[in-house]
Design a protein around this ligand. Structure first.
Ligand code: ATR
Length: 267
């Protein structure tokens, strides 16, 4: 797109996130993405929260802004030379990517559906709230640390009363099982759920937020059970495309981004 920009990866320890954000701002970065384990932490570290970050309770995209001569805050991309006064604004582009990926990869309409969600960390929480906002009718949540799932259940009961939240495994069938735990990232990881509590043939489809490895044990089992299954590649794509649009103010070239991602991950 003719942008003389680069996207760089930096590994930052959570205790230094505040300094890293200040450093990026002082170096006049246009923006940045945050991933595990920074997304919830960053809620308190950015200067302003966009409505998306407030709604979903996590920041995965930051845009830096500068104050112009009239006192207006504008994205740094608008300036030839960055102004003295700058600040960070936190966005969430993950949440909307979840239903979009599920709709496109699994042809599933979440409105009125029954879903089993595995995991109640940062990703699990965003997914649970977004699923409820999408109109999921019955939502079961399973997490190693049950109180974390219970707290999310409570939040959903307050914010999205049309969704019935349950802790633990469903006894009947569900339309979809989602893995939002980190189990499956490392070789030799076990399944993110207890098969004797929930045989996977009770699920209509399986979605794993993990995209590397391409097929986790969870997705392999879904394939063996003959269930439609999708990994987190489309979710990664759509959250990245939205972040790109925030930074550039231009529509993302989704097709080109998908090609580059697929070449990187499958190639
Ligand atoms: P993320 O931002 O990717 O969600 P996270 O907040 O650290 O990262 O959440 C990781 C999720 O994977 C949590 O649901 C976690 O369960 P706990 O809440 O009990 O920690 C889950 N998880 C990680 N390792 C696990 C393991 N060995 N067994 C079961 N669940 C695990």
């Amino acid at each position: 797109m003719g942008l003389n920009w680069r996207y760089l990866a930096h590994e930052v320890r959570p205790e230094y996130l505040r300094e890293a954000l200040a450093g990026a701002r002082r170096m006049n970065y246009i923006g940045l993405n945050l991933t595990v384990p920074h997304k919830v932490l960053a809620m308190d570290l950015v200067d302003v929260l966009d409505e998306t970050a407030e709604t979903w309770g996590a920041v995965n995209t930051v845009q830096f802004e500068g104050r112009d001569a009239k006192g207006q805050w504008r994205p740094l991309r608008d300036y030839e030379d960055a102004p003295a006064e700058t600040r960070s604004r936190g966005f969430n582009t993950d949440a909307d990517a979840i239903p979009r990926a599920i709709r496109e990869d699994l042809a599933l309409d979440l409105n009125g559906s029954k879903v089993l969600l595995l995991g109640a960390g940062g990703a699990g929480r965003t997914a649970a709230l977004r699923l409820a906002a999408e109109g999921v009718r019955e939502l079961w949540m399973v997490n190693r640390t049950t109180p974390k799932a219970a707290a999310i259940g409570e939040e959903i009961r307050n914010r999205y009363p049309q969704t019935n939240c349950h802790l633990g495994y469903p006894t009947g069938n569900v339309d979809l099982v989602i893995n939002a735990t980190s189990l499956g990232l490392a070789a030799g990881d076990c399944l993110p759920f207890e098969e004797r509590e929930f045989p996977l043939d009770r699920a209509g489809a399986a979605f794993d937020m993990i995209y590397r490895p391409v097929e986790t044990p969870f997705l392999r089992l879904a394939r063996v059970c003959g269930r439609p299954a999708a990994n987190g590649l489309a979710m990664l794509l759509y959250q990245g495309a939205k972040a790109f649009e925030i930074w550039t103010g231009q529509p993302a070239l989704i097709g080109r981004m998908r090609e580059a991602l697929e070449a990187n991950i499958y190639g």
